[in-house]
Design a protein around this ligand. Structure first.
Ligand SMILES: [Zn+2]
Length: 246
């Protein structure tokens, strides 16, 4: 990610490049003296994946008086303008015929306080499938370390999938080399994407699944509904075993 300046005799332009597979949201702070922006400052500027030269702001250079500018920015992964499609029915993230217990639900007391994430207890090496179609935008699979404390928080392997509404899903705690898709792959709902593990902040093998958008430069996790039986679409309940029918 890069924010930079281009200048000609009439104006200063702030531009952005994003070489990642995921969108990036940028906020700008601009201090001006003797000039003003060509158009009002937006709350967020979204740099689309693999894009360059996105125009963020134009600062005219007056010829008849002295002027100056200063700017700073913050950025975060994801599209801050994304709105989750709450009508979407997610699929259980494991193959047809498999059953696993949801041992921690949304806002769970163990490690999900204030977090809309789900933990399925699942043996190491078991198959994980995509709960929703999308594009693979982030992968980590080089870790072999896990422990039941925040010391291991950065050691979890994961796959991140970007959905068509701009939200993303993380599938976390994967086995070392347990990612079975490549960056940039378009994947279908139900497609095999990874093998489960216990890397990162984990007291045992489980899949941590979270859907989120980005707001105010922090992840905003989202409660989503799953199709748990044909035509039955619901929020999952903690300490319940679910069987994939599709
Ligand atoms: Zn979790």
């Amino acid at each position: 990610m890069k924010i930079y300046v281009e200048e000609d005799e009439n104006a200063i332009r702030l531009l952005g490049d994003n070489s990642e597979y995921f969108p990036i949201s940028v906020t700008l702070q601009i201090d001006l003296k003797g000039t003003k922006l060509e158009s009002p400052l937006e709350d967020y500027y979204v740099l689309q994946p693999n894009s360059s030269g996105t125009l963020l702001a134009t600062i005219p250079k007056p010829s008849d008086r002295s002027w100056s500018y200063r700017f700073a920015y913050n950025y975060s992964m994801g599209n801050a303008l994304a709105v989750h499609d709450d009508q979407y029915a997610y699929q259980l993230p494991f193959p047809k015929g498999q059953s696993y217990r949801l041992t921690q639900g949304y806002n769970g007391r163990s490690t999900h306080q204030g977090l809309n994430a789900l933990d399925f207890t699942m043996p190491e090496g078991d198959t994980i499938t995509a709960a929703r179609e999308g594009i693979v935008v982030r992968i980590k699979e080089d870790s072999n370390r896990g422990c039941p404390s925040s010391n291991c928080a950065n050691d979890g392997n994961y796959v991140t999938i970007l959905h068509s509404d701009g939200t993303m899903a993380d599938y976390v705690h994967l086995q070392m080399n347990g990612v079975l898709v490549e960056l940039g792959d378009t994947i279908e709902k139900g497609q095999v994407i990874a093998l489960n593990g216990a890397t990162g902040w984990a007291s045992g093998a489980h899949l941590h699944f979270v859907v989120y958008s980005t707001g105010n430069h922090a992840q905003k996790s989202i409660q989503v509904r799953f199709e748990t039986a044909p035509g039955r679409i619901e929020f999952l309940e903690e300490n319940t075993t679910y069987s994939a029918f599709q």
